[in-house]
Structure formats: structure tokens, C-alpha cells
Design a protein around this ligand. Structure first.
Ligand code: FAD
Length: 540
């Protein structure tokens, strides 16, 4: 069937909202019928019973649930405007092309996405559309700026420091024009032909199996929830004006120290531009406020900074072939990785944070710092890509550009190079929460441990352990490493790797890395899998 100018298709991927959604607005304009579509993509959603936690191979259950809640909310909002969300299943490229054909679509609208996966997918759909004469509208509305514009201003490459990013970015063009935050009506849905349409499925309907879990994320998905959370945050003008990161308590969990808007920004339930304007309005109304990089506006700019670097850096999500990433002979020790992932390191601060990750899918920024540093350059010297994968799966705010950017940062592979500054897995958390309430909540096995020992339970006399009903080595693990010697060794390994990167101007080969790895392993006092049992006595 020939393309017909009066039918349009709005393809939702991220951008799961009505407010500040230029693709949706354009799709609605002058259209007789509008088809709002979301495709359940097996690439992300196919259940994988072999994965280490319930979910698909890439996404843990908390985030799947968050997405489905967001879709339900979007469907309800569309219904209020006389429309609804059409949920389809299959390879999105194939499904979309079928939709374009069957529904005689003349206009295809979707938010521009900088992620590699979507770049490839969008190319396929765009090619089909251009051959068949379908108009494409794909605006940038997930970020504050268009990463390509920033790169162009920088001579074609992304700025590699936050300050240079700020200078290039300037005030966003839309910053002082009110964004469209309400849609009053939408065209109806036309005939859907041979498609099998379902409502938004539940996690059970998607076959994720038995969902018995004692504690699940307290954060509910959707635009309504995002706007409610935003309103609550901005109601406290003083808090917004004085927001200063990295100040703030990473152990605060009943009332987190930051906005917890990240999962809503990730799925686009909240527009980052609308968020920006709300903060800007508050800043204009107060006498004094904090500034980037530490202010709340500064946090949103960090987000755009990482989006820009990620977009302009080939192989951004890996060490090899990534020109901004130091080449470091990380260990590939899956046992140490599993101990970290499954909260079995024996360091309660680290294990509690990793439990919060598994149960809630969200932790405070400094908590993320602690565990990322511990896994990589601080204690275990495990490859940052492995930790990145665990975060990518379990975070409800998991975001390709931001997650990779921060792992590069925390492992001292890029952006930040002060590898001598290591977070202590013992004293860092204690500063904020000397009584260990955060640990007691997420690791109930330690709930009766006296506060003198809660950060180092292996130092508690056996009588104290008995009284607390927690014998170290039996009910809760002994520490996998001695922090003092492990951190010393990590510094040494990084020092050698940095020197090699400098000497070879970054052109470090696999062979060079193996050589360095072997040398350091010979001198090692850190436990590796093979010698762990033998050396475990060290830390008994
Ligand atoms: P707020 O402090 O309220 O900030 C508001 C918004 O600013 C956030 O929602 C987020 O969109 C943005 N922002 C804040 N900090 C950063 C930052 N350092 N970099 C980029 N954007 C930022 N954030 C993600 O959204 N997704 C991830 O996958 C992710 N992975 C991380 C991995 C590691 C190892 C580390 C150290 C940090 C990671 N972060 C990630 C960044 C940061 O920890 C979270 O954005 C923040 O904790 C989310 O909580 P919030 O919404 O309350 O943040």
C-alpha cells in the first residue's frame, strides 16, 4: 500500500511520557490516525533462566518491572486523550516495517537515541522509510543538548573534561522558552489490521518465572510517579538551591539524600529539559545557589557530558580499542567477582551496598563509588567491564553512557587518575553511619552486631559474635582480602600500568598486559582464585 500522509506512527522506546515530547506532538499534528507503539524487544526482554538473577540476559527483574509500570502509566495517559498504547512483540525493526506497510503510515516519529543499539536499529527503519517515502521525524529530546552539536563545536571530537564540555555547551537554546508540558487531545487509532495486540503484559505473562523475593525496589515506574517525585523534590527550594554533591549521606535509605529521579530520566518518564527548567526557575527565585559541577543542575550536565563522550568515542564500553581508556592488566577472577556481586566479600559496607543494588536497583552515588572502587582499583583488581555488566543488569537506572562513563572514572581508566585515593571499605561508610543502620537493614544477619564491630565484624571476640548470633566464617564470610595489603598492591599495579601506558603512548598490546600481569602476580599478596584456599589462613 502506498504511504498515506494522514496516518502517523509514534514509536516509543525511551521517552515514555507525554510532557515535553516533541516526537509525539509532531506525530499528532495534522494526522487522521495516530498509532502509538511500543515493541517488546527480545534482545532486552527474552527471559533467560541461566542468568545470575531473574530477568532476561541483559536486564534484571526490577528494571523490567519498572519499564512495564511505565508502559501501564503511559497507556492510561494516552487513554485519557482518546488513544491507547499498542504493545507489539518481536524484532523492533521487522515489527516497525510491518506496521508502516499495513497501516499506510506517512509519518514515523521517534525520539533520537545515541546508543549504538538504537543507532543500528534506526538506520534499518530509516532506510526502509526513505525508500517508501515515509517521512521521518526523530528529534533530540532525551538529553539537554545534541551530542553531535557539541562535538561539532569541538572540531569533531567530544570534549574530554567536564569544564571544557560546559564551555562548549553554554546555555541550552530552549532554556528560557517554556516547554510544552500538556497535550489536550490526540488523533484516534486507526484500523490495526492483522496485528495481535495485547495490553501491557505483566512480568508473569512474560514468563519470568517465580517471583518470590523478600524485598523489591520501592520505586515505581511511570511519568505520573516521576512528576510526583519531581514536585516533591522542588517543593523544597532551599534543598534544591543548596544541593551539593558529593556532600550527602550515601547510607540514607529511608529518605535518600538525592532525588532518585535517575530511573525516570533513564526511561524518559521525566524530561531532563523540563527538570532543568524547574531547577533553573528555583535558582532564579533565590538569592544564592550552588553551581556546577556540584549543584543539581550540575548533575544533569554530568549526564549530558557522559552522553557526549560516549557518542563520540569508538568502543567507549570496553578497554580494548578505546582511545580514552588506560590499558590495565586487570584480573579476570570470576570467584572474586561473584563474591562482590553476591554480597560475600566479608566487608559489611560493601556487601550491604551490593544487596541494595540487587533488591532495590538503586544506590546513592557515593555508595556506587565505594563498591566500584573496591572491585577494581581499590581492593580486588577485577576488570571494570565485569562490574559494569553487573550494574548494567541490576540498576533500575542503568544507562549505557552514564554507567560506562562512571566505571571508566571509578577504575581510574579515564577522566580521573588519582589512583592513590582509595575508598576504605571500613572507615568511609562509618563516617556517615557510625551505628551501621544501613548495614543492619540490608544485611540482617549482622543486625545484632555491636556498633564497635559492625564495619569489621571479623575483629569481634567470639563471645560477641555468639551473642550477636553471627559467627564470622559461618553465618557471615571472613573478608576476602586484607584491605591494607590489597589496596597497597592495587596502587602498585596501577602505578606500573600507568608508567607503561605513558611509555608506549597508550599503544599497549595484549602481550604487554600479560607480561605486566605475570610480573605482578608473582609478587602478589592479594588472593587469586587458585591460591585463595591456601592463603585464606592469612585473614583468619
Ligand atoms: P541526583 O544526584 O539527584 O542527580 C540528578 C540526576 O543527575 C540523576 O538522576 C542523573 O540523571 C544525573 N547524574 C547524577 N550524577 C551523575 C553522574 N555522576 N553521572 C551522570 N549523570 C549523573 N547513573 C545513571 O543514571 N545510570 C547508571 O547506569 C549509572 N551508573 C553508575 C555507575 C557507577 C560506578 C557510578 C559511580 C555512578 C553511576 N551513575 C549512574 C551516576 C549516579 O550515581 C546516579 O545518576 C545517581 O546516583 C542517581 O541518583 P539520583 O537520581 O538521586 O541523582
Amino acid at each position: 500500500m502506498a504511504a498515506c500522509g494522514s496516518n502517523s506512527l509514534m514509536w516509543f522506546r525511551k521517552g515514555l511520557r507525554l510532557h515535553d515530547n516533541p516526537a509525539l506532538e509532531y506525530a499528532a499534528k495534522g494526522s487522521k490516525f495516530l498509532y502509538p507503539v511500543f515493541v517488546i524487544d527480545p534482545h532486552y526482554m527474552e527471559p533467560d533462566p541461566t542468568a545470575f538473577s531473574t530477568g532476561s540476559s541483559k536486564v534484571g527483574l526490577n528494571r523490567i518491572q519498572f519499564l512495564l509500570e511505565s508502559l501501564v502509566d503511559l497507556d492510561l495517559s494516552l487513554k485519557k486523550l482518546g488513544s491507547r498504547l499498542l504493545v507489539l512483540k518481536g524484532d523492533p525493526g521487522d515489527v516497525l516495517i510491518r506496521c508502516l506497510k499495513e497501516w499506510s503510515i506517512g509519518k514515523l516519529c521517534f525520539e533520537y537515541d545515541t546508543e549504538l543499539y538504537y543507532q543500528a536499529l534506526d538506520e534499518k527503519v530509516k532506510t526502509y522509510a526513505s525508500v517508501t517515502g515515509v517521512e521521518i521525524f526523530s528529534p533530540v529530546s532525551h538529553t539537554l543538548y545534541n551530542p553531535a552539536d557539541i562535538m561539532q563545536k569541538n572540531g569533531g571530537s567530544p570534549p574530554l573534561s567536564y569544564q571544557s564540555f560546559l564551555k562548549l555547551a553554554g546555555q541550552p537554546s530552549w532554556a528560557s522558552t517554556p516547554l510544552s508540558t500538556a497535550i489536550s487531545s490526540l488523533p484516534p487509532i486507526g484500523n490495526t489490521g492483522s496485528f495481535t495486540l495485547s495490553g501491557v503484559p505483566t512480568v508473569r505473562e512474560l514468563d519470568y518465572g517465580d517471583l518470590a523475593e523478600d524485598e523489591r525496589t520501592p520505586f515505581k515506574g511511570g511519568e505520573s510517579e516521576a512528576l510526583k517525585r519531581l514536585r516533591e523534590s522542588i517543593a523544597n527550594k532551599e534543598w534544591i538551591a543548596n544541593f551539593e554533591k558529593p556532600k550527602g549521606d550515601p547510607s540514607a535509605f529511608l529518605k535518600p539524600a538525592t532525588t532518585v529521579l535517575s530511573p525516570y530520566l533513564k526511561f524518559g518518564c521525566l524530561s531532563s529539559r523540563y527538570f532543568y527548567q524547574c531547577i533553573q526557575d528555583i535558582q532564579k527565585s533565590v538569592k544564592k545557589h550552588t553551581s556546577p559541577p556540584v549543584s543539581l543542575l550540575g548533575q544533569l550536565l554530568w549526564r549530558d557530558f557522559f552522553y557526549t563522550v560516549a557518542f563520540g568515542t569508538p568502543n567507549f564500553d570496553q578497554m580494548k580499542g578505546n582511545r580514552i581508556c588506560k590499558q590495565i592488566p586487570w584480573k579476570n577472577d570470576d570467584e572474586l567477582l561473584a563474591a562482590w556481586r553476591d554480597s560475600r566479600t566479608g566487608f559489611p559496607w560493601i556487601d550491604a551496598i551490593m544487596t541494595q543494588l540487587r533488591k532495590w536497583g538503586w544506590m546513592h552515588h557515593l555508595a556506587r563509588h565505594s563498591v566500584a572502587c573496591f572491585l577494581t582499583r581499590g581492593d580486588l583488581f577485577v576488570h571494570w567491564e565485569k562490574g559494569r555488566d553487573v550494574f548494567e543488569r541490576l540498576l533500575i537506572d542503568s544507562d549505557w553512557a552514564i554507567n560506562n562513563g562512571n566505571w571508566l572514572w571509578l577504575s581510574c581508566s579515564s577522566f580521573f587518575y588519582q589512583y592513590n585515593r582509595i575508598y576504605s571499605p571500613i572507615s568511609f561508610g562509618k563516617k556517615y553511619d557510625p551505628a551501621g543502620n544501613y548495614i543492619r537493614h540490608f544485611l540482617p544477619v549482622l543486625k545484632d552486631m555491636p556498633k564497635e564491630y559492625i564495619y569489621e565484624p571479623w575483629t569481634a571476640p567470639i563471645s560477641v559474635q555468639r551473642k550477636a548470633k553471627c559467627i564470622i566464617g559461618l553465618d557471615y564470610p571472613k573478608p576476602v582480602v586484607s584491605h591494607d595489603s590489597a589496596s597497597k598492591e592495587c596502587r602498585m599495579r596501577l602505578g606500573e600500568a600507568y608508567a607503561l601506558n605513558k611509555k608506549l603512548n597508550g599503544l599497549v598490546s595484549e602481550e604487554d598486559l600479560n607480561h605486566l600481569r605475570r610480573k605482578a602476580d608473582n609478587e602478589s599478596t592479594i588472593l587469586d582464585s587458585v591460591s585463595r584456599n591456601k592463603k585464606q589462613k592469612l585473614f583468619d
